[in-house]
Design a protein around this ligand. Structure first.
Ligand SMILES: [Zn+2]
Ligand SMILES: [Zn+2]
Length: 252
């Protein structure tokens, strides 16, 4: 499978980083993890197969992770010829169905029947979901907002863990133990640490527990880019570390 980081920024306007969104391609499955503002057009800029997205999995309901979700559904309907006919699954923690209903109140009832089958799946933590023939998806709660989850995506022996937004939680590192790629947030410098996001030192400490093949950092607010992220992480975790950019990718 291939992971591409589409959006490595936050709500803070940034010249080269749009809001959160990451793509996993594996055989018949194209899975979009989060769909923040800017992600849909960024996929076109990166020549990613946005029209073949089969599943969207949302970690939590902050705008920098969902703001392009209705626009993606709209793009499938009006942004290509012929319009989409294949089914789409939108997956999220409990509450995702209510979120889609509220988006339909804002953007129009077409969102319930966009011309293709749009299935909303509320995934309970700990339940494993089969995606197409290629992938298995499961989630666990993380300390960010009440609904927030991290996702584990596996294909055969290959495993990617995406934290979404999270505070530090050693048990999250244990859950991710031995994964090939740990894609985690790295929002704020240590001097601005808060319980609901990670600093470079905390991201490194999380990786020290998980011991991934590669640690991939994302979700950078502007102040964290002013510190030496690589050195701070390396003081905690001695493995491979990547500071992701919009368009970075890795093949497993
Ligand atoms: Zn958030
Ligand atoms: Zn965020």
């Amino acid at each position: 499978m291939r992971l591409t980081t589409i959006g490595t920024g936050t709500v803070a306007p940034h010249p080269t980083r749009v809001c959160a969104g990451h793509l996993i391609e594996a055989r018949d499955v194209v899975l979009l993890l989060d769909c923040g503002s800017g992600v849909v057009h960024r996929m076109a800029a990166l020549a990613l197969p946005w029209s073949r997205i089969s599943h969207v999995a949302i970690t939590h309901f902050h705008g920098d992770h969902i703001a392009d979700l209705a626009m993606l559904c709209y793009a499938f309907k009006y942004g290509q010829l012929p319009p989409r006919s294949e089914p789409l699954q939108v997956i999220g923690p409990p509450g995702i169905r209510d979120l889609m209903d509220r988006l339909a109140l804002v953007f129009g009832t077409w969102l319930h029947a966009p011309g293709y089958l749009l299935e909303v799946v509320e995934l309970e933590a700990g339940i494993e979901l089969q995606l197409g023939s290629a992938l298995r998806l499961s989630s666990r709660k993380v300390p960010h907002t009440p609904e927030s989850v991290a996702y584990s995506v596996t294909e055969g022996a290959g495993r990617i863990v995406y934290t979404g937004d999270t505070g530090f939680d050693a048990s999250l590192g244990e859950w991710a133990a031995g994964c090939d790629v740990l894609l985690t947030e790295c929002s704020l410098p240590d001097a601005m640490a808060i319980p609901s996001h990670l600093t470079p030192t905390q991201a490194g400490a999380l990786a020290a527990v998980a011991n991934p093949g590669t640690l991939v950092l994302s979700h950078f607010y502007l102040p964290v880019e002013a510190v030496d992220i690589t050195a701070l992480v390396a003081a905690q975790f001695h493995g491979s570390v990547v500071l992701a950019t919009d368009g970075w990718s890795i093949d497993l």
